[in-house]
Design a protein around this ligand. Structure first.
Ligand code: MLT
Length: 398
C-alpha cells in the first residue's frame, strides 16, 4: 500500500477556479435559458495580435523542412527569446541578463514549482489575500506559512514587520486579486528587509504590462540590490493573451548564492537549471517563436492595444462601483477590481447572490485568503458589451 502525501488533506477540496466552474456549470444546467456573464477567472477573450500569430505560423513552418526542423530545444528556452526578454526589461528600467532568464509554460507552474528549491523548515511569508498557488504549493509539502495581512488600512500592500525574521517572501505586484501596486519606495523597503534577513523574495509580476504610470516599478529588478535577493516570475498570459498558448519566464539571477547546512555554497540559478533540465523539456519552439514576435516593438504595440481595451472595461466596472458608493481597490494598473461585498454579505454568499440574481460570475475573495472573506473580485477580461451588460444588471441589484 502506498504511503500518501497526507498534506493534501490540508488543502481545500478543489482549486478555487475549479470550484467556481463547478458552481457555474450547475447553475447553467438548472437555468439553460439564462445568459451567464463571466467576470471570474482572469482569462483573456481577445484574439492574439497578428504579429504573434505570424510568429506562431513561422514556428509551424519551420517544422516542415529538415533544414529548419526543431526537436528538443534548450530547457532554459531559445536564446532568441531570452535576448528579446532581456531587451524588454531594459526598456522597462531593469537590467536582466538573458542568461538569467528561463522560459516556461507560464507563471503558475514556476511559482508552484520553485518551492522545491527550498527546505521545508523556512519561515515563509505570504500575503493574504493572494493568488492561491503560493499557499497551496507550500501546503502540499506540509510547510508552515506566516501570513502578511493585506487590508483596506494598508491599501492591500503589506509591508515587512522588522521584528519578524523571514527566509522566503512571496510578493505579487500588481497584485492578484486586489490590483494594488507597490511603488519603488515600498519595494525598496522589501528588498532592504530581504537583504538584511538573507531572505529570498519570490516576486510575481505577471500583471506588469497593465502598469501605465512610468513611476511605478514593473519589475523588482528596477530596485537596487534586488538581484541579490529576488527571483521574478512573469508571463505572456495577460501581457499578450497567451492564457491558452502558454508561455512565461522566470528570472533567477546568478547572484543568488546561499550557504547550505554543510557549508557548501549553493546557487539558486544552478539549482533551478538542474531542476528544469531534469523535469522539463522546454516550451515548444512554435510557442517561443510566437512569443518572440510579442517582444518586437510592433508586437508590443498590439498587446498594448488589447490591454487598453481591458482597461476601458475596468473603468466601466469602477464607475459603476463609484456610483453605488461601494469601496473598491485596483482597476487602474491591473485588470482586477476588488471591492467590499455589499450589504455585509460574505464573499461566497455574494457569489451565489450575483449568479442567481444577475447571472454574473465573479471570484469570491475568500478564495484568496481569510482577509478576502468580505471582498469580491471582478475581471476586466470580458468584452465591452458583456462588461456593460453585467454592470447594468449589477446596478439594478444595489
Ligand atoms: C486568476 O484569475 O487569478 C488567474 O487567471 C489565475 C492564473 O493566472 O492562473
Amino acid at each position: 500500500m502506498p504511503k500518501l502525501n497526507e498534506h493534501y488533506q490540508d488543502l481545500k477540496e478543489s482549486y478555487l477556479f475549479a470550484e467556481i466552474a463547478h458552481r457555474v456549470s450547475a447553475y447553467s444546467a438548472a437555468h439553460p435559458e439564462q445568459t451567464v456573464i463571466r467576470l471570474g477567472i482572469g482569462d483573456v477573450t481577445l484574439p492574439l495580435g497578428s504579429l504573434a500569430l505570424e510568429g506562431l505560423h513561422r514556428g509551424v513552418d519551420a517544422m516542415s523542412s529538415p533544414d529548419t526542423f526543431k526537436g528538443y530545444g534548450p530547457e532554459q528556452g531559445y536564446a532568441f527569446l531570452r535576448e528579446a526578454i532581456s531587451a524588454y526589461y531594459e526598456k522597462n528600467g531593469a537590467d536582466v541578463s538573458a542568461d538569467d532568464i528561463f522560459i516556461s509554460d507560464g507563471a503558475k507552474s514556476d511559482t508552484g514549482n520553485i518551492a522545491e528549491l527550498f527546505a521545508d523548515d523556512n519561515v515563509i511569508l505570504i500575503p493574504d489575500p493572494v493568488y492561491p498557488v503560493y499557499v497551496d504549493s507550500n501546503l502540499m509539502s506540509g510547510r508552515r506559512i506566516t501570513y502578511l495581512n493585506g487590508n483596506a488600512e494598508n491599501q492591500f500592500l503589506p509591508m515587512p514587520d522588522e521584528s519578524i525574521h523571514a527566509d522566503i517572501i512571496y510578493l505579487c505586484s500588481p497584485n492578484n486579486p486586489t490590483g494594488a501596486v507597490y511603488n519603488k519606495g515600498q519595494l525598496k523597503i522589501w528588498v532592504d528587509y530581504a537583504l538584511k534577513n538573507s531572505a529570498v523574495i519570490l516576486f510575481d509580476s505577471a500583471y506588469e504590462a497593465f502598469i501605465t504610470d512610468p513611476e511605478l516599478p514593473r519589475s523588482i529588478y528596477a530596485i537596487e540590490g534586488a538581484k541579490r535577493c529576488a527571483i521574478e516570475f512573469c508571463s505572456l498570459s495577460k501581457t499578450a493573451g497567451f492564457t491558452g498558448t502558454r508561455c512565461g519566464y522566470t528570472v533567477v539571477p546568478k547572484e543568488l548564492v546561499f550557504p547550505a547546512s554543510n557549508g557548501a555554497e549553493m546557487s539558486l540559478h544552478a539549482m533551478w537549471n538542474r531542476r528544469q533540465s531534469t523535469k522539463f523539456n522546454g516550451t515548444s519552439y512554435i510557442v517561443q517563436s510566437g512569443a518572440a514576435a510579442v517582444f518586437t516593438e510592433d508586437g508590443m504595440k498590439q498587446c498594448q492595444a488589447n490591454i487598453h481595451y481591458y482597461q476601458e472595461n475596468a473603468r466601466i466596472i469602477a464607475d459603476t462601483l463609484t456610483r453605488k458608493n461601494i469601496r473598491f481597490f485596483g482597476g487602474v494598473h491591473s485588470p482586477y477590481i476588488w471591492f467590499e461585498c455589499p450589504n455585509q454579505m460574505d464573499s461566497w454568499e455574494f457569489f451565489d447572490y450575483l449568479l442567481n440574481n444577475a447571472q454574473v460570475v465573479g471570484t469570491p475573495g475568500a478564495g484568496f485568503g481569510e482577509n478576502g472573506k468580505n471582498y469580491f473580485r471582478l475581471t476586466s477580461f470580458n468584452s465591452h458589451e458583456n462588461t456593460i451588460e453585467a454592470m447594468k444588471r449589477f446596478e439594478k441589484l444595489f
